[in-house]
Design a protein. Sequence first.
Length: 286
Amino acid sequence: MNRRYFLQAAGMAAVSVPFCKILSAAVTEGKKLPQIGIILGAIGGQWLREHPRETLRHIADVGYKELEFGGDFGLGMNAGELTGYLDSLGLKAVIGPTSMAALQNPEKLKSDIRACRELGQKYIVCYWPWTDDGRNKQLDDWKRVADSLNRGGDICRQEGVQLIYHNHDIEFKLTEDRIPFDTLMEHLDPSLVGIELDLYWITKGGQSPADYIRKYPGRYPVFHVKDMKPEDRDFACVGSGCIDFPAIFRLNDVAGVKHFIVEHDRPENPKDCITSSAGYLLNVRF
């Protein structure tokens, strides 16, 4: 299952979200983020597809330094052309995509890894743990997911990239009286598989990002920085919603996070959302 299919299948089912509320005045003193990045594709929308060079130039101009490629779009450039253009803008591709189907097929996984290495990406991410819609899974199924990720992570390490796993809210829906994310984390080998913690989806799943950072310290090399509207729990441009990013960022050293990747799955105005999200993150203090 690819990322776009998941988003269509998941919908916006209502759940209790106790960790999202209207925030008070922004923190104006303290540390700042070392750099920010953005995932291309959905957040760039039609603008990116029709005007990739213009979009990438704007992304660089407003302060992003790193890129994640979700794998559901084309930019009209081969790897060499794209790498050269990114270099000219001061942008670096750091993350590329794979899938559970590829993790269960070593040759397909190696093909995905080669595509990442052509762009100089050091991480490869699995966005969805199943090859189906993920319904009616039990804890033993999550253990098998961990096994597949560990095997794939070993191949990735041998090939010179780091496998990371991206959560949605399904990992936090109680299953057999347990949260599947805990089962997953207990069975993953941290030397082989890191976590790209999506701050929106863990909150949508009714859990606290801060609590899970403390529970599994050093396991999160990448954050998907994604905000939530308080009124309907839909996606929001970063800094315009109710997720308390300064409180999360104060735990950066505990998390082990190195990359902060902005995401929005369906912004009304991609250019405005890209711009305002950068403005918030470059000025936020924690």
